[in-house]
Design a protein around this ligand. Structure first.
Ligand SMILES: *Cc1c(COP(=O)(O)O)cnc(C)c1O
Length: 393
């Protein structure tokens, strides 16, 4: 079985996804909320933050999630085609002309405009209502209605239309991952009032939700009927500053590995890679790695002093990262084929997603998202290889 799976890709650079970690991260959050009856939406947009949407969705459902969140309709359709039957919400904008398609596949969409609803009504059949979640902008300045009167009008319209099922009301926080909670608090209070207004109109909405990972982990007493769990279901902290405030330990699910394609000793004064920007200062052991910027391993990894792990030791990138390959300086001769860890644990050392994000002056969210589809994903459950996904054959 294993050797058959191993044949599904033909390069020595891969991502390891620990499905058990995803399952446990979701279960920990589920446990935190289960007495309150608050449900967990697993956010698997952007191919599950680069981990694999379908695989991450399945692991999250085992861990207790009951709802899935994606960014675009195509992502929801992919999950349906693969056999996922649980509720799915599209968090971004869907075209009103695609309302019937979404309804037929039981995919809920985000709405924030009366014009949109009226247009969608023209394509919807009354025997197949479209589930909608009304998005309110309480301070993110992205999608959503701002004006309270407009929110009331739109709510009443959805409530009274036979074409729509008023399934959810939600908002999104801009600063829930920061220590300072004043802005978050304002958004929360505003949202609470909005949900109260709907109640006063006698409109009951089954899913009222505002918390992302940061808010869900930090403020469990402030959740409504659902929380949207994204980055932390993958075992990553929403920000470095709130890492110490998290209620349980998160287990990272993503590791990026490659192997030494060639090892050679270069004498002093030899240049490495395009532009010949690195020149050996003495006899140096140089390793060539079969990963480059086309795999999402962008050039700044070498210019910003990046390192990898080999036999538990750090080794720096030298010279520019190429499209498909890059070079490292080894402390000693190593065997070709030796495993090199770019993200993950090697013996007692590790390079975390946060380390890599800091190196690139960005956030951990961005790193797994940009590791391209050319890098096969190997899925492990309880330490055993369960499946391989290599989309490019
Ligand atoms: C991406 C997203 C989330 C998940 O946010 P995390 O910080 O990854 O938990 C939640 N809600 C919306 C609307 C999103 O776009």
């Amino acid at each position: 079985m294993q050797s058959e799976l191993m044949n599904a890709y033909y390069r020595d650079t891969w991502v390891e996804i620990n499905l058990t970690a995803i399952e446990r991260n979701v279960r920990s959050l589920y446990e935190l909320y289960k007495d309150k009856g608050t449900e967990v939406m697993a956010v698997v947009k952007a191919d599950g933050y680069g981990h694999g949407a379908y695989e991450a969705a399945q692991a999250s459902l085992v861990g207790g999630a009951t709802f899935l969140g994606v960014a675009i309709l195509d992502e929801a359709i992919e999950l349906r085609r693969k056999g996922i039957t649980e509720p799915i919400l599209v968090l971004g904008r869907t075209r009103p002309t695609d309302a019937a398609l979404a309804a037929s596949m039981k995919i809920a969409v985000t709405v924030f405009s009366l014009t949109w609803l009226k247009e969608a009504e023209t394509v919807l059949k009354s025997n197949e209502p479209l589930s909608v979640h009304l998005k309110c902008d309480t301070g993110m300045g992205r999608l959503g209605l701002i004006d309270q009167a407009e929110i009331e009008t739109v709510s009443l319209f959805i409530h009274q239309s036979e074409h729509f099922d008023f399934e959810g009301l939600y908002t999104h926080f801009a600063t829930a991952d920061e220590i300072e909670i004043e802005y978050y608090d304002e958004q929360f209070q505003q949202f609470k009032e909005l949900s109260k207004i709907l109640e006063d109109h006698g409109i009951s909405v089954p899913y009222v939700h505002c918390a992302n990972s940061a808010a869900a982990l930090r403020f469990p007493e402030r959740a409504f009927s659902m929380v949207r769990f994204g980055i932390s279901m993958y075992g990553l902290s929403p920000s470095p500053e709130i890492k110490e405030l998290l209620p349980f330990k998160l287990e990272p699910a993503f590791a990026l590995k490659t192997t030494l394609a060639q090892v050679k000793k270069l004498p002093e004064g030899k240049a490495i890679s395009y532009g010949a920007t690195y020149v050996t200062k003495q006899d140096e052991w140089i390793g060539t790695l079969p990963i480059g910027y086309a795999d999402g391993w962008i050039r700044s990894h070498s210019t910003n002093g990046g390192t990898v792990l080999i036999d538990g030791e750090e080794a720096p990138f030298v010279g520019r990262i190429c499209m498909d390959q890059c070079m490292i300086r080894l402390s000693a001769q190593k065997h070709e084929g030796t495993v090199v860890t770019l993200i993950g644990v090697d013996q007692s050392s590790s390079i975390t997603m946060d380390d890599v994000a800091k190196r690139l002056e960005t956030i951990n969210y961005e790193i797994p998202c940009v590791i391209s589809k050319r890098v096969p994903r190997l899925y492990y459950r309880d330490g055993i290889l369960a499946s391989v996904k290599n989309p490019i054959q």
